[in-house]
Ligand binder design. Sequence first.
Ligand code: TTP
Ligand code: MG
Length: 347
Amino acid sequence: MLAHLDLDAFFASVEELENPSLAGWPLVVGGEAFSRGVVSTANYEARKYGIHSAMSSAEARKLCPFATFVRPNIKLYRNYSLRVWDLVGKMVSGMEQLGLDEAYLELGDISPKVAIRKVKEIQGRIKKELGLSCSLGVARTRVVAKVASDYKKPGGLVIISPGGEAAFLNPLDIRVLPGVGPKCETRLRALGINVIGDLAKLSSQELSIVIPGKNGKSLRERARGIDADCLFDPQPRLSYSQEETFSSDISDLARLKDEIDSQALWLSKRLTKQNLAAKTISCKVRYPDFTIRTRSRTLLQAIDDPKRIAEVGYALLLRALIDRNEPLRLLGLRVAGFDKEHQLTLF
Ligand code: TTP
Ligand code: MG
């Protein structure tokens, strides 16, 4: 069995932990209502007013004028994220982290009953030791586990026993199926396909009309609760990256360096956990006019130390800024060119 774990209202929950007086009241994490602000997330109290991710902050303020608005502090969330996955990683045999707030967990060959006990323990420890609430879905495949983790948010624990996948998925709206984006959703609805079961039962001929090619096939597989990916990714990751879009453009070097330090720390943890080191470091910047520049450097010796990664990243940032010195809208760091032997050759 495997599980999908997703933290509840992650950014907002962290803000509540840092400032407990916010808890219990509508809270919106996002850009400012009068700049290009969009809502990153809202706590569940604010969601009652119809506020959700990606809506403009101005609209959110209209829906709930007395909500508290705070600017995102990604560095802080990254720190919490590291602590969550450090803890969870020690409790399971395998883990594949997707973003700051979600991961697939390998539970091994255990019965649904034992799986329930295991995920309850994980959920309990995250709450007790870190103060964060999360939801988990347990199933035989990733796609079912992911849909299940979202099914009873917040604080949900949903187990789909082997054989129960179709009964669970069929009546659900197509929107909750991973891979159905807004465009795909519109197209499916226009054809009268509204629930996952409608998609699962399409014949190959019908499918070739609805969504031609490979995409259609893989979407139908997912609707049937089957994954193209096997349980735990046999293909090693080729790179890790972190990036941050600022709520207002930044030109202050000290603040940019801070951001690089924080990203480098996160990347370094990902590398060392996999016993990897990286030879290629890249820095990506986006200017206010949306143009993107990337500067990369490949080293002779692979590195995994956060200070070294930050150093190289910072040098690359300066190079980009020498070529074009303007405030930045986005800053990102990427590590690639992995070297598995690195740790061994040290001894
Ligand atoms: P989600 O897991 O989608 O949202 P959530 O954790 O806030 O709420 P829940 O899972 O309980 O529904 O995303 C995780 C974090 O990523 C979220 O706290 C904020 C951030 N995020 C954005 O910044 N922009 C976005 O558009 C989305 C969807 C998330
Ligand atoms: Mg979440």
